[in-house]
Design a protein. Structure first.
Length: 246
């Protein structure tokens, strides 16, 4: 009886996976414009609630996409719907000039847009993050599986209020875990996860690294707060205090 119950559970799990909506990769070679339009009609392009930047003419409209129904296959491989980004681009609109522009023409997964960086108690010219927007973005297929999804690392990016001048802040090839903008300064404290075992996966087996990031000559420079030598000293201290037999 127990074996029968286990078998039913396993079959149920596989059935759930089969019902999980999948968006297939599309072989675009030799597609006509009519075929492309037909494919795009299966998606709803959603322009999310606008983000209005106070005391400016700039309005941000994040763009997401929704699959309208389970679709036919274009190829044997593809993405599941929850692999797709929260946002894949941002439309910037200047309500004074009527000008619009996209944040990027590159392929991005955008999971967070942070416009709350203004420090009203500080001289704007002395704070590099005043008049900036921060983003949490994935733009690199780190594990080389042909997809850009939640298995790939995220990075901290920054742009001007109109979306121009997009720059990467956090170190490449390390997954962004957390960041804190330091008030009354031009610095950010960043926590990342480093793939120390080179298994192309970011998990609890990897090392957490803390950086101080500072803009110098229009380049964001990252300095490890705890370098490898200090890390060894700290770990040795723990061994001496807590593990070594007295």
């Amino acid at each position: 009886m127990n074996k029968l119950i286990c078998l039913i559970i396993i079959i149920g799990l596989f059935s759930c996976q089969d019902r999980k909506p999948k968006i297939e990769n599309i072989d675009t070679e030799n597609l006509t414009q009519v075929q492309i339009d037909s494919i795009l009609n299966e998606f709803k392009f959603q322009y999310e609630n606008p983000i209005i930047l106070d005391s400016t003419n700039q309005i941000l409209i994040p763009i997401s996409t929704k699959l309208l129904k389970r679709k036919t296959s274009y190829s044997k491989d593809g993405y599941y719907t929850d692999d797709f980004p929260r946002y894949w681009n941002v439309l910037f609109y200047n309500r004074s000039t009527g000008k619009t522009n996209l944040l990027t023409n590159e392929k991005f997964r955008i999971s967070e847009i942070n416009t709350k960086n203004k420090d009203d108690d500080y001289e704007e010219s002395e704070n590099v993050l005043n008049g900036k927007i921060l983003y949490t973005i994935s733009d690199k297929d780190y594990n080389h599986d042909g997809k850009l999804n939640r298995k790939d690392p995220e990075f901290l990016f920054v742009s001007e209020l109109d979306g121009n001048g997009l720059l990467r802040i956090s170190p490449e090839n390390e997954d962004l875990v957390h960041y804190e903008v330091i008030r009354k300064s031009n610095e950010i404290i960043i926590e990342t996860r480093r793939d120390i075992n080179n298994d192309l996966i970011f998990d609890h087996q990897d090392e957490l690294i803390w950086y101080k990031s500072k803009m110098e000559n229009n380049i964001w420079k990252n300095t490890e707060i705890i370098d490898s030598l200090n890390r060894q000293k700290i770990e040795k201290l723990y061994f001496e205090q807590w593990l070594k037999k007295k």
